[in-house]
Design a protein around this ligand. Sequence first.
Ligand code: ZN
Ligand code: FE
Length: 253
Amino acid sequence: MPLTVHQFPCLQDNYGFLVRDAASGLAACIDTPDAGAILRELGRLDWKLALILNTHWHPDHAGGNAELQAATGAQAVGPAEVTRIAALDRDVGGGDQVMLGETRFEVIETGGHTLGHIAYYDAADRIAFVGDTLFALGCGRLFEGAPDQMWASLQRLAGLPDETRVYCAHEYTAANARFALSVDDDPAVKARAAEVFAARERGEPTVPTTIGLEKATNPFLRAPLLAERVGAPREPAYEAFAAVRAAKDGFKG
Ligand code: ZN
Ligand code: FE
């Protein structure tokens, strides 16, 4: 396992992620929700921050860039939209690759939550950092993109190997599970919701998840199967997705 992931809660419901490439000893953070918290964790681990990998421009993802760049000299890499709030050393988009020592991250275009949103996929370790695109039992709100764009982004992530560990940027899973139960009677969804509620009662994170688990239980990935339930046609698939997204936006659970 050449890449080590250190996950810790930040702000209200974000997760901070630090990763370290074993071969080089270099570390990166995925997004910068809270520079102070990230610096504390770096100090505790005695890791050296070489890279900041941003998924999108929102302040709870790029708001700590400047402070971390100044404190560590790390290079900031992300989609060009990040320059709305922070300086980047390199802008990247779908198909680009970013190296951290010997670890290679492929950039996957995942627009929809924001137009330029990207994910980072380490194929050798089967690890994906997906920002606010795919959540455990959920997906990001469509602040800038349209349903067909978000559906295409989710399909790109769903195409990764089932065992891929998926690191989502927020702990929203209990609320997502309540919504999932309202639109999906599948036994796998009920079983997973029960596990999620129990894990949260014990104070445990529900992140990371896996692509296989999300394909089996996430109502947004299962949208075409739930089309009737949410009053949408089965085809095109993104219309069923749009209807599930709208139902979640209006859900008071
Ligand atoms: Zn966001
Ligand atoms: Fe966020």
